[in-house]
Design a protein around this ligand. Structure first.
Ligand code: FAD
Length: 417
């Protein structure tokens, strides 16, 4: 079986690690000049030297928002070190050491941008068109199966605000944010209180005059922010120099800083692949992973608020159970039914399509379901426990949560040091 892996970020590496230990022929196409995806920091924003949009959204001072104890792969842990919350550089080093340990570089074609994926031979094969960026030539290859590992933090989602076009200040999405100095002495509205919005409000508060965190959470966030950070509801309207909030208050503002998340995007999948993005729900997929239209196409890494690297590993092992023929996929009708039921259940919990791939506090159910369904080694429950502990601490004590240090003592328990 010949498998294509698109992208050499942490998901693509997990794909290679497991495909390489089987009897598969594999090629991984990576459009940038190095492995690591999101964890590669680049000062440039906009387009790269080949005219392609810069992929990474990494910022210079980023420290992980999860402890290293939950950031490894099941069979390759992040090495021990005094801190639990690491720098972006340490994570990139870790990914490079994973890549070397499993001798994965031989499969990776750097500076190869996948431009098109389409079914061929009546849906039994996949044709992939790839641009060799250095030589500016097109390579066409045929594959039996495709793992799409292109990430989902590169296509900014920016809300439409009344009066946005009249605003005379600066507007920036977190995708293009690198260093806090650009906000020195400015009044900045941070839109969105997800992990990025919270982390960046804290980071820029060291330079900005005033940070206004605008969000639509029902209650104010209970954490203690630095003194120059205040919370406001959503924006009602923007004028030349001011922002009016839903509570009627008005503030003079220098910067609108959109920490409003990202859109799932698969620009290279042809329409015949049958994958749609509907209100940020990627569909039709079995278990957030397998194309229901043609199960030899899989999108690895879609769920968010997860133990990412371990989940990628689990998803890939799941896929290979089916692609190797050890397991048979359910009928198309049953897969569609399962997807529809999950959407229905989420609606009952108040979660719409936009949150279809959110796992969060219930991520353990997803992991167990994958493992039980495919008959593969599950992820240790301690990962979910520690992820939940860290997420709770993040919300309770944004300023200090990274001082905590943890140690996993067995598959079920961790201790705080
Ligand atoms: P990516 O890392 O985005 O890799 C995708 C790869 O695909 C890239 O190398 C890209 O160049 C390549 N690619 C894309 N399109 C093509 C194409 N057409 N052809 C060829 N190659 C292509 N997670 C955590 O667990 N802890 C954290 O603390 C954390 N912090 C984060 C902070 C920020 C600012 C961001 C943006 C994300 C953070 N994440 C964090 C989530 C992080 O994205 C995941 O942990 C993980 O790295 C995603 O891996 P990936 O391989 O799915 O995607």
């Amino acid at each position: 079986m010949k498998i294509a892996v698109i992208g050499a970020g942490s998901a693509g590496l997990a794909a290679l690690r497991h495909c390489a230990s089987g009897t598969y022929e594999i090629i991984c196409y990576e459009k940038t000049d190095q492995i690591g995806g999101t964890w590669v920091y680049r000062e440039e924003i906009g387009l790269d030297r080949y005219g392609l949009p810069i992929h990474t959204s990494m910022y210079k001072n980023l420290r992980t928002n999860l402890p290293k104890e939950v950031m490894g792969y099941p069979d390759y842990l992040v090495p021990d070190s005094p801190d639990s919350y690491l720098t972006r550089t340490q994570i990139l080093e870790f990914l490079n050491s994973y890549c070397d340990h499993f001798k994965l570089r031989q499969y990776i074609w750097l500076l190869h941008n996948v431009e098109l994926v389409e079914p061929s031979k009546g849906g039994r094969k996949w044709t992939i068109k790839v641009r060799n960026l250095k030589e500016n030539t097109i390579v066409t290859e045929s594959f039996d199966a495709v793992m799409v590992c292109n990430g989902h933090y590169f296509e900014p989602s920016i809300p439409n605000l009344k009066g946005q076009e009249t605003f005379q200040g600066q507007q920036l999405h977190s995708h293009d944010y690198r260093v806090p100095d650009i906000f020195t002495d400015k009044t900045v509205v941070v839109l969105g209180a997800g992990p990025s919005g919270m982390d960046l409000a804290l980071e820029i508060s060291g330079k900005a005059k005033r940070v206004i965190l605008s969000h639509h959470l029902k209650d104010p966030i209970g954490t203690i922010f630095p003194e120059n950070v205040v919370q406001k509801p959503d924006i009602k309207e923007v004028t030349k120099h001011d922002v009016v909030f839903e509570d009627g208050s008005k503030e003079p503002v220098d910067v609108l800083f959109y920490c409003t998340g990202y859109k799932y995007s698969f620009p290279f999948l042809s329409e015949q692949c049958g994958i749609r993005v509907d209100s940020n729900m990627v569909t039709p997929l079995w278990k957030h992973l397998v194309s229901i239209e043609n199960p030899t196409l899989a999108l690895v890494g879609l769920p968010f608020y997860v133990c990412a690297f371990s989940m990628f590993d689990l998803q890939v092992r799941f896929l290979l159970q089916y692609w190797s023929g050890k397991k048979d996929f359910p009928s198309k009708a049953n897969m569609l039914k399962e997807e529809a039921e999950e959407l229905e259940n989420r609606k009952k919990e108040g979660l719409g399509k936009k949150h279809f791939h959110l796992m969060g506090f219930k991520q353990g159910h997803y992991y167990d379901d994958l493992a039980n369904t495919a008959g593969i080694t599950p992820l240790p429950p301690v990962l979910t426990k520690l992820h939940n502990e860290s997420s709770t601490r993040f919300l309770d004590d944004l300023v200090h949560y990274r001082e905590s240090r943890y140690k996993i003592i067995d598959d079920y328990n961790f201790i705080q040091l």
